[in-house]
Structure formats: structure tokens, C-alpha cells
Design a protein around this ligand. Structure first.
Ligand code: SF4
Length: 223
């Protein structure tokens, strides 16, 4: 058995990536606490479910619908070496599949270690990256622009990379234009998608517990 991250859920999806049928593998935990997070139960790891390694292996070996594996969360890169083990396992079992990692861009070191084993990244751009204050306000942590830019540089060289931005109400039209310009100038011509904002009721204390995670996960609480 491999030393894998805990897998909270797994799902075959027709909508995760344009033109592809994917197996989504969802890992718990995140080093940020965005204003709104549709996966907060996964981030807080309170879903209470787990996919065991045998189940994962069976799915990979038998699911012939899929042509892509999307490893998402939460923030998959917080799992470091275990994420690398998971990517290697997918590669070993199904060399025919593409692999995409979803990330907030806070851990370029981990991306750098796995970049030769994956085909793309879905990188979230939550605010104009040169507006560190607004970015930090949205993510509930200190935004490290230097680390983010390193992640952008890794992501843009991978063929299946896409960028995503949620239209938070706190983003002005000028902010959205600055994000568009950032993508044009830094993201290697890869697709960038805006998604509509849908409010969710966040659990109490959602943005207060981040400091408990410590710096080892790249978390720097500003609250
Ligand atoms: S980066 Fe933000 S939106 Fe994404 S999983 Fe973490 S808290 Fe949720």
C-alpha cells in the first residue's frame, strides 16, 4: 500500500474540464479561508467519508469512460509528498490518462516537484495579484505574491492548464479588468474562465481557526 493523502470523495464528472470526462479525487484541508468557499466541509474535513486505496485502484483500473483525473480539494498541495505519491499511483495504473491539479497557487514548491508528472493545473485567481491587500482580505490569509507568481510560471508551461476567477461582489469592474490584463500578460494564452458568485452560509468561526494550521502549510492568518 502507498502512503497516500486521505481521499474524502471521488466522482466521475462531465463538467470539470472542457471537452473531457474526468475522475475527480477530492482531498480535505486548505491553507486559506476564502470569504465564501463552496467546499468548506471538505476544507474542515467534516464530511466523514473516505475512499480507501483499494476503491481508488479499482476505479482507476475499471473506469474506461474517463480521460482525465482531476485532483482537487480543498487545496491538494498541502499534502506535499503524499500528493506526489497519489500522482505517481495514477500514472502507474493508468498511463493513458491526463492529470490536472486544482490549486490556489500558494505552494509552488510542491507544484515544481510534480510538474513533470501532470498535464495541467486549474489555478484560481481571486483578485488582481498586485493588490495584495484585497487578495489577502478575500482569502483570509496573507497573500504571498512571490509564491503565487512562481505557481503561475509553472502552470503556464503545462498544456492542460486553465485559470479561474469567481466574480466576488467585492471585485469592481476595474479589478476584473486588471485580472484580465494579468492573465493576458502572464498566463501563456491559456483559457481563463469567470464563474458567477453564489453565496453560501459559512460555518461560525470559519475565518478564525486558520492560525492553528501554522506556517508549515503556507498559512498566514491575517484575522
Ligand atoms: S482556496 Fe479558498 S475557495 Fe479554495 S478550498 Fe481553500 S478556502 Fe475554499
Amino acid at each position: 500500500m502507498s502512503d497516500l493523502p486521505r481521499i474524502a470523495s471521488m466522482l466521475t464528472s462531465f463538467i470539470e474540464h472542457p471537452g473531457r470526462i474526468s475522475l475527480g479525487i477530492y482531498l480535505p484541508g486548505c491553507n486559506w479561508r476564502c470569504l465564501y468557499c463552496h467546499n468548506y466541509e471538505l476544507v474542515l474535513d467534516v464530511v466523514g467519508e473516505e475512499v480507501c486505496e483499494d476503491e481508488l485502484r479499482w476505479e482507476l483500473e475499471n473506469n474506461r469512460l474517463i480521460d482525465l483525473v482531476v485532483i482537487s480539494g480543498g487545496e491538494p498541495t498541502i499534502h506535499g509528498e503524499k500528493l506526489l505519491n497519489l500522482v505517481k499511483l495514477v500514472r502507474d495504473l493508468r498511463p493513458d490518462l491526463k492529470i490536472r491539479i486544482d490549486t490556489n497557487g500558494s505552494n509552488p514548491g510542491v507544484l515544481s516537484r510534480i510538474k513533470n508528472l501532470i498535464d495541467g493545473v486549474a489555478l484560481d485567481i481571486k483578485a488582481p495579484p498586485d493588490d495584495v491587500e484585497k487578495y489577502s482580505m478575500i482569502i483570509g490569509a496573507r497573500f504571498d505574491r512571490g509564491r503565487f507568481m512562481k505557481s503561475v510560471a509553472i502552470a503556464r508551461d503545462l498544456p492542460l492548464t486553465i485559470y479561474r476567477t469567481v466574480r466576488y461582489p467585492c471585485l469592481s469592474e476595474e479589478d476584473l479588468d486588471r485580472i484580465r490584463r494579468f492573465v493576458e500578460e502572464n498566463c501563456g494564452g491559456k483559457p481563463h474562465y469567470f464563474t458567477e458568485f453564489n453565496p453560501v452560509r459559512m460555518p461560525r468561526g470559519w475565518r478564525r481557526d486558520l492560525s492553528k494550521l501554522g506556517d508549515s502549510r503556507g498559512a498566514h492568518s491575517v484575522l
